[in-house]
Write a protein that binds this ligand. Structure first.
Ligand SMILES: CC(C)(COP(=O)(O)OP(=O)(O)OC[C@H]1O[C@@H](n2cnc3c(N)ncnc32)[C@H](O)[C@@H]1OP(=O)(O)O)[C@@H](O)C(=O)NCCC(=O)NCCS
Length: 205
């Protein structure tokens, strides 16, 4: 039976596993990384530490098989990351050599992010200040758990006064994009009316 509950610090190690095993447009990203914690440092762990009220896991037979996490104010969260989260990781992982940028490994690209995270564009955040992430292990997909996790997150976020929400998806992740569409998200246009080609940004009123 699937049980959704709030995430705790004790879940962090398993969340590091889930995010890398689902982190390549929904497929396993493990082969791309020497350090399997790179994705979790960015996409799961800081949410459980800094926004625990909006981090939930789904357990199936006692094992965590997915999560949803997010924040009500992405700009506030970016500032919190700068003050409270990135510094320790910057000390742990030296910045990669910029002169070799063209040949950086996936690990180096993530370490560069840790040193100089790029804020989410204004055209995304201003109308949709909240954001969320959701990943389920393959065996947990397609049975309505994504919708249950979404409803759980939204209810909790509404209790925190959430407004419009955005998500960012890999353009290769057709299944993820279809899911967000089913949850009421629409693709957002850049200021010039075109769509970003590097990320699929979607918003929900
Ligand atoms: C995306 C994900 C969270 C969806 O969870 P899920 O449990 O598989 O989705 P559900 O079964 O709850 O489906 C909910 C709705 O989304 C639609 N949907 C979900 N996955 C879909 C897919 N691959 N293609 C088309 N529609 C899809 C379903 O048709 C369903 O619509 P309906 O309720 O109107 O019938 C899950 O598949 C997943 O973790 N994928 C890999 C990681 C990922 O892509 N995360 C999103 C990153 S942006």
């Amino acid at each position: 039976m699937a049980v959704i509950r709030q995430a705790t610090q004790a879940d962090q190690e398993r969340l590091y596993e889930v995010v890398v095993q689902t982190g390549n447009a929904g497929n396993d990203a493990t082969p791309f990384y020497d350090d399997p914690k790179m994705l979790g440092h960015i996409y799961t762990a800081p949410y459980v530490v800094l926004a625990p009220d909006l981090a939930f896991v789904v357990e199936i037979n006692g094992q965590i098989e997915g999560y949803v996490c997010g924040v009500t104010d992405s700009r506030v969260f970016e500032a919190q990351l700068e003050a409270e989260w990135w510094p320790a990781l910057q000390a742990q992982y030296p910045a990669p050599d910029a002169a070799r940028r063209a040949t950086w490994s996936e690990d180096e690209r993530r370490v560069d992010w840790i040193h100089q995270a790029v804020p989410t564009p204004d055209y995304v955040v201003q109308p949709h200040p909240a954001h969320m992430h959701m990943n389920l292990m393959p065996a947990a997909r397609g049975g309505g758990l994504g919708r249950r996790l979404f409803d759980t997150w939204l209810k909790a976020a509404q209790a925190c006064g959430v407004g419009p929400v955005h998500i960012g998806a890999d353009p290769k992740n057709d299944g993820g994009i279809a899911f967000w569409q089913a949850m009421g998200f629409e693709r957002l246009r850049q200021e010039d009316g075109t769509f970003s080609t590097t990320s699929v940004w979607m918003g929900r009123p």
